[in-house]
Ligand binder design. Structure first.
Ligand code: HEM
Length: 355
């Protein structure tokens, strides 16, 4: 990382003094205002360790729509509900594509993803399949019992370590991975006792970390091929291993289908394999794997973190809430009655129905 800083600094310095013509004359006529940056690196150095706070402070000075330069990438930042609505709602078609980070583009068959393909017919087709085959209330209801089971496993695990600190984020993340893997493959992909088989969890985590790392290749596209920080080389290993794990599961399922042509698991893999067999289908084993991977990546950290934040919020207001564990196994959070003593240690009370 040090070497990258020195490299970018030297290039900046040289180009600052040489100032090629194309850099001096940039067309900024129609762009919203924004802070002055340095040549070459633009505003990158101004972002700081908490970019959301920096951008919020900048918006006070430059307005709800401002222009920043991240290396050679011009970025427009919308910081108010009205401007955001213009972009995400009124002009959603124009803005529906995402910039694809180099670490994501390097995965095998990126054209098979859902989150990163352009908003064309292939994207619409994948969206339709996910929303009709995975996220319908009927499908979700069918798997409700299973989600309860997973939450109970999580609580049982936490109870086993009563009195010792628990990393809720990590456990919630593992639980979410199993919720997704059961919806897609009908298997627990992480050990339900949270004690072994952590490989999958670590792979998903490493892919997310690599995708979130600031990468010189994304700000200076001409440097992509050098992969100066080694992000691409690093993430490729995780993608390859994930595909191997998926290959293994898919091969087992195909074998099962050969021996038993009628029984179906009723999961998302069955849906995708059925679609693959349709005439003119644009699905193949190679292109269903990136879609499955997208669901794991997009669904696990978001849900895990939301649980962690919700727990943190509850702990901060521990005196106001109790968690009820009903006889049916249903969990709910209730406002504590005056009969429950406030907890000075900020510990949430987990009670049965009759607390
Ligand atoms: C608390 C949980 C979650 C949060 C906060 C969350 C948030 C988001 C957000 C903000 C987006 C971007 C939307 C956009 O750009 O239009 C997104 C996209 C996406 N999410 Fe989630 N999500 C959550 C759970 C899940 C789960 C459980 C799954 C699947 C198992 C999932 C799959 C996806 C996919 C595939 C996309 C890309 C959709 C596309 O590009 O068309 N998410 N999510």
């Amino acid at each position: 990382m040090e070497a990258i800083h020195i490299f970018v600094f030297c290039v900046t310095l040289i180009l600052f003094f040489i100032r090629p013509k194309f850099l001096r004359k940039s067309n900024t006529k129609n762009l919203p205002p924004g802070p002055n940056g340095l040549p070459i690196i633009g505003n990158l150095h101004q972002l700081g360790p908490r970019p959301h706070e920096t951008l919020s402070a900048m918006a006070i000075e430059f307005g709800p729509l401002m222009t920043l330069k991240f290396g050679f990438v011009t970025t427009i930042v919308a910081s108010a509900a009205e401007t955001t609505k213009e972009i995400l709602h009124t002009h959603d078609q124009t803005f529906s594509n995402r910039p694809v980070p180099d670490s994501v583009a390097t995965q095998p068959h990126p054209e098979g993803t859902l989150a990163w393909v352009p908003g064309d017919h292939r994207w619409r087709n994948r969206r339709r399949i996910c929303s009709t085959q995975m996220f319908t209330s009927q499908r979700l209801d069918l798997l409700q019992h299973f989600r309860h089971k997973k939450v109970h496993q999580l609580i049982a695990h936490i109870n086993k370590y009563k009195g010792t600190p628990v990393d809720i984020g990590s456990l919630a993340f593992a639980t979410t991975l199993n919720l997704i893997s059961n919806t897609i493959f009908s298997v627990d992909i992480v050990d339900p006792d949270f004690e072994s088989a952590q490989e999958f969890k670590e792979l998903v985590w490493r892919i997310m970390m690599d995708a979130g790392k600031p990468n010189v290749s994304d700000y200076f596209p001409m440097l992509k091929r050098f992969d100066l920080q080694g992000v691409r080389r690093h993430v490729q290993v995780s993608y390859k291993r994930m595909h191997e794990i998926f290959d293994d599961i898919i091969a087992k399922r195909l074998k099962h289908r050969e021996t038993d042509k009628t029984t179906r698991h009723g999961d998302f893999l069955d849906v995708l394999l059925d679609l693959m067999q349709e005439d003119g289908s644009d699905f193949s084993i190679d292109t269903i794997k990136p879609l499955i991977l997208d669901l794991f990546i997009a669904g696990s950290d978001t849900s895990g973190l939301t649980t962690e934040w919700a727990m943190a919020e509850l702990l901060h207001r521990a005196e106001n809430y109790v968690i009820l564990l009903g006889k049916t196994g249903k969990l709910s959070i209730a406002v504590a009655s005056s009969t429950v003593k406030p907890c000075p240690q900020r510990r949430l009370k987990i009670c049965d129905d009759n607390y």
